[in-house]
Design a protein around this ligand. Sequence first.
Ligand code: ADP
Ligand code: MG
Length: 404
Amino acid sequence: MTADILNNARDESGRDAVISKFKKRFNRNPDFISIAPGRVNLIGGHVDYNGGLVLPVTVNRHTFVAGARGKDLGLLTVHSIRENESFVVDLDCPVSPALPIWTNYVRGVVHGFLKRGIELPGLEILIDSTIPSGSGLSSSASLEVAIAGILEAASGVILKGNEKPKLCQQAENEFAKVPCGIMDQFSVAFGKRDYMLLLDCRDESIEQILFDHEHLALAVINSHVRHELSESEYAIRRESCESISRTLGLESLRELTWSTLDQLRDKIDKLSFLRAEHVVRENERTLKFVSHMKNADWFQAGEVLYESHASLREKFQVSCVELDELVGVARQIGTTGGVLGARMTGAGFGGCVVMLVKREKASDAVFKVVEDYNKTGAASSRPRASGFVVDSAEGAQVIKCNTG
Ligand code: ADP
Ligand code: MG
């Protein structure tokens, strides 16, 4: 194995690490630790904001947030290890977006609590993370949900039902100005170890589907590429889907079936048709994938992942050469090398590829994909890819520390 293959430690040391980092920074023990996983979306690319069907799995990369009641009653002091930066929120003043950008993921959640009339005590908070940022594993939602967990614990007010992920989504929309759908925050909050989460983003219902860990594993290959286009194109795709829905008089593209869309061919321009076609077919693919997984038809499930990638590349046009090459390399290695299927995951224009792999060949498959991809890019200035096998992980949780 090379350094490009990260070790697959279960992140258990993260909890101890955040406690000792908190102690070092604030000279005392935290009262609570809030732990939220990252997530990888197996299938259902770019359909969450179209009321579609997605299949995320929470994975063993985490945000760890430690918190304790502060000495200053009206202040939240927040420090991020990754950013190596602190900021302060005055709880007696209205909270609004401000620089640096990363603080808005926290400010937005604090604002959501205050807006609901929840009284927050002064707190000292430290954020640590093992989720690569900006790669499609949802470090942002994980941060928001972890912060919400600390604020619940400190205020004694537990948000009911879907309110916590919704508050966090709103924080990301309004404070970080990312027009994301509900998938990330819902999966981080409600994910379950050993399960895939079939989330219907229209009615917000969830079906837990067992992942066959005995035979299968998931792997994430990080291209370490992030193209400039990423944010603007995401917003453009979202706006374009909403505009197609308006033109067709629909609540969202989820209402379309293939036959109704086919009949509407002349009512929308070619590009809009391609976008809508992706959404309709991707929803069908999510259900097809689930059905293959339930029937242990893993080869067919893998094929559906490749189909999803092709549609994201050709019809929704959110892939990039690096992701296409990674998926191509994975396909070439194929089932004999342990790869059942692969697709880009997350917003696109860089970030990660998710692979469904055979359990007994999981590490070898990751090693080979990374090695082959890095070999072909060796002469260029392209970033080297890295990869790791991920295990499923519990959704967000808060632990009360024994400060005795
Ligand atoms: P993703 O959610 O796929 O990782 P995003 O661009 O949505 O990518 O979110 C990444 C952003 O979230 C970072 O640029 C940063 O602003 C914020 N963030 C995530 N984790 C942390 C952290 N540990 N400390 C501070 N900010 C973080
Ligand atoms: Mg995000």
